[in-house]
Design a protein around this ligand. Structure first.
Ligand SMILES: [Zn+2]
Length: 287
């Protein structure tokens, strides 16, 4: 049995639409849900491992955008519309997958890789949008996915294959968003009283953001940035304490950002943390 679908009735596809699955966390579980219920579908699923495509033939309409099904291609991301930007950025595989899918569908149909507003959707323009933009454009339904904090800027830049920098005149070449996403590290929970360690390439960048993964009631006891030249050594003894705005023992999801010209002198940063849940860190030029 395949997933349910309908004829497009001769309509031209002009919207490439992203959704959030609001429950399923993997492509396999999302597909199984659609296949067992036969009440909804989409063309592709996107999870932390990337894109699973071809669930519904692109010549046919999937069942995910109500009256907009006939003129849209649709993918469901295995995330949640309520996620914060930090929570989205803790899922680089999903963001890369979303960008790759958007690019493939736009290329296949000659649709510009442009994020549409609800007014654009209402005006009949071709491009990329979220379910919420269709909802706000048409009044058809109430869905607001993929949510107000979905990082469209990053996904659209990744889909275009262009950089997102340019804010660093006179300094090192602006990094691309792809570089930003690559410049991240992950660390797991640490046993009580022990330090975890994440190494992230800095590559001349001057902005650093550190965040915990979604939903974990973590405790950050402190973070240091260490001059890590040569890479991986954690050597040279220059420790940059970020402590001022890092409150010890503060529970809950955690997001810290700071711009510092000194960061540009370091090749890598080593982040030492104590935490009861997973920690993700990354650097970019886009505070
Ligand atoms: Zn949706």
């Amino acid at each position: 049995m395949g997933l349910p679908s309908s004829s497009r009735g001769g309509q031209r596809v002009r919207l490439v639409v992203l959704h959030t699955a609001e429950g399923a966390r993997t492509n396999a579980s999302l597909y199984n849900y659609f296949n067992s219920t036969q009440v909804a579908s989409c063309h592709a699923g996107i999870d932390d491992s990337g894109v699973s495509d071809g669930w519904v033939d692109y010549a046919r309409a999937s069942w995910t955008l109500r009256n907009g099904n006939a003129y849209s291609d649709n993918a469901e991301i295995c995330g949640f519309a309520k996620w914060t930007r930090s929570e989205w950025l803790a899922h680089p595989g999903m963001l890369k997958g979303a960008a790759a899918w958007v690019r493939s569908r736009c290329d296949a149909r000659g649709i510009p890789i442009v994020k549409l507003t609800p007014a654009d959707v209402r005006a009949g323009k071709a491009g990329v949008c979220g379910h919420v933009d269709y909802t706000n454009a048409t009044g058809d339904g109430t869905h607001w996915d993929p949510g107000p904090n979905f990082p469209w800027d990053i996904v659209i830049d990744l889909a275009r294959g262009t950089g997102g920098g340019g804010s660093n005149p006179g300094g090192p070449a602006a990094p691309t968003v792809e570089d930003d996403i690559m410049s991240m590290g992950n660390g797991g929970p640490t046993p009580a009283g022990e330090w975890g360690r994440i190494v992230v390439p800095l590559n001349g960048r001057r902005f650093l953001r550190i965040a915990t993964s979604y939903g974990d009631a973590v405790k950050i006891d402190g973070i240091s940035i260490i001059d890590d030249t040569p890479a991986g050594s954690g050597a040279n003894g220059k420790t940059v304490q970020l402590g001022g705005s890092v409150a010890p023992d503060r529970p809950g999801p955690w997001d810290f950002a700071r711009t510092d010209a000194n960061f540009a002198n370091y090749s890598h940063v080593v982040i030492r943390y104590q935490c009861a849940g997973p920690v993700t860190a990354w650097v970019n030029d886009r505070p």
